[in-house]
Design a protein. Structure first.
Length: 407
């Protein structure tokens, strides 16, 4: 692969992340100082998505877990967390995640927010340190826009990214443990849809079976603990989630899916689904081919974590905390094997995309998320194809050498 002097040198990799980190810290400080009664200047609660987690926990602890799926009742619980809040958020999570957030309301709202966010962030950073180390890499990581978007929203991106990352890091050496991590993604099952494709491509049956059993067990424990009404409520809520996605009740500017891209262009729902399904099928095929033919674990993992956001139409900017992993794996492969033209720019745009995509969508009515994700997946596929070809060539040379030594 080609290698040349590039504007993104070590010095800039050190300076630019520090600038962005300073900006995020200043923004966070201003955000907190200008808030009143735990509401920001726009009237939204601090850590607004986390308010829903706390409210669902409160309802469950008071014996009314199923009421989390009823927006008027959930709204009353949310006002216990932030009394000044006038907004209501829906709850579409399955029983396993309801079980995870169960203890949160034992603490006051802000104490619970910090406990949840800092603990999941710690796990996220520890998993990423198993992939990249060094001062420059850490600066890039702590200034990653996806990290800060998730933190400000009070969401679970750190937790889901950690589970997915751990699963991929252990799938070869500890397949049973990897299956457990995949199964725990039952807290957000639409983010685990590509794991069966990848596991079937490499014949990882133990991991696949373990993942299925873990997910079923986790769902059963959550249902047994919280009641069957919670399971029924979740299944009913999926219809509302689809409706809110289709009619724009959810904030499309924060959703980097092909479906949303088409809807922002004014396409009818049916055509938006057709376009989304076409891209999703292409992403599934790419993941299958990479996992089936390429032995490079970093490229395999990068493909799966990137393509996940091209498969489900229901994804948000805070879910893009996952992108730190493919960015890291692709950067390592680039440093090891050289870069092709434009690849480092793709990584920079991916690093900034969680921050920029909502701003651009608000201004231009164009969702750039799918373009960034497709570019990242194409970069991964191109590298994986080259790696697979090289492995095949080396294997052929090895066989040829063995043949020539036969007397």
């Amino acid at each position: 692969m080609k290698s040349d002097k590039h504007w993104l040198n070590r010095e800039r990799l050190t300076v630019y992340p520090r600038i962005f980190l300073a900006l995020f810290l200043i923004l966070g400080l201003v955000w907190a100082l200008m808030s009143k009664n735990m509401l920001d200047i726009k009237g939204k609660p601090l850590g607004y998505d986390f308010m829903t987690f706390w409210a669902a926990s409160h309802l469950a602890l008071t014996g009314h877990a199923q009421d989390a799926y009823k927006i008027p009742l959930l709204s009353k619980a949310q006002q216990l967390a932030v009394p000044a809040s006038k907004v209501a958020y829906a709850w579409f999570y399955p029983p396993p995640f309801h079980l995870v957030v169960l203890p949160l309301a034992l603490l006051p709202y802000m104490a619970a927010y910090w406990a949840f966010m800092l603990s999941t962030l710690g796990g996220y950073l520890l998993v990423l340190r198993r992939i990249v180390q060094g001062r420059t890499a850490m600066w890039c990581l702590v200034a990653f826009s996806g990290l800060w978007i998730n933190f400000f929203c009070g969401q679970n991106g750190f937790l889901t990214a950690s589970l997915a990352g751990l699963a991929l890091l252990t799938v070869d050496r500890r397949p049973i443990l990897a299956g457990v991590f995949i199964g725990l993604l039952a807290i957000k099952p639409h983010l685990a849809m590509l794991f069966p494709v990848a596991l079937l491509a490499i014949g990882a049956w133990r991991t696949l079976i373990t993942a299925a059993m873990t997910a079923i067990t986790f769902m059963a424990i959550g249902t047994a603990t919280l009641g069957t009404a919670v399971l029924k409520g979740w299944l009913v809520s999926l219809g509302y989630a689809r409706l809110f996605l289709e009619n724009g009740s959810l904030r499309w500017v924060k959703m980097p899916s092909v479906f949303v891209f088409m809807r922002l262009l004014g396409m009818p729902v049916s055509w938006a689904y057709i376009a989304h399904c076409a891209v999703a099928m292409a992403a599934v095929i790419v993941v299958w081919r990479i996992w089936h033919h390429c032995r490079n674990r970093e490229l395999r993992n990068a493909a799966l974590m990137t393509a996940t956001f091209l498969v489900s139409p229901y994804v948000f900017d805070y879910d893009l905390t996952w992108l730190a992993f493919p960015i890291a794996w692709l950067a390592l492969d680039g440093l090891r094997n050289g870069w092709l033209r434009g690849e480092r720019e793709v990584l920079v745009v991916a690093w900034l995309s969680p921050l920029l995509m909502a701003v651009i969508a608000e201004a231009l009515k164009v969702q750039i998320g799918p373009f960034v994700l497709c570019s990242l997946l194409w970069m991964t596929y191109r590298r994986a194809t080259a790696a697979a070809s090289m492995t095949g060539a080396l294997a052929s040379d090895s066989h040829a050498d063995q043949f020539e030594t036969v007397p």
